[in-house]
Write a new protein. Sequence first.
Length: 149
Amino acid sequence: MQWTLSPRFAGTNHAPIAVVNGDCSLKPLIINSGLGETVLLDASQSWDPDVGNTLKFRWMQYAEPSSTRWTIRYAVPKLQIEDAGPQAQHMGKVAVRLPSQDDGFLSPLDSRKFVPWGPLTYHTVLEVMDDDIYPMRAYRRVLIRVGIF
């Protein structure tokens, strides 16, 4: 709440604006894709209203909403999120590799039974943080729908 203590806009820190693939709305961004594909997520247009602040990016998979089963370990594959942008903007652009048709898991009820991954909505969250003394963060959710559109 430090930003409320000054009457001057420039005298306080403000939260960054998270922009993913050119979209700066507050709604979750929905992307349709297929098994085995790679989805590019670009947050490099994100910005901070405070001049001079540098932004840091962190992408996270939020697995729990993707499953209705008793354990996400067997129901939701771990996404591979890799840096795909320039060094100066670490994780500003990422490539998310989705599991292929050949990927899956061994059934917890029968270890001889291989269960391939199927249609699923993957939830990812972008965190954008500035580098002020009292850092502010902004978040943006991205839903990647695989095989259900």
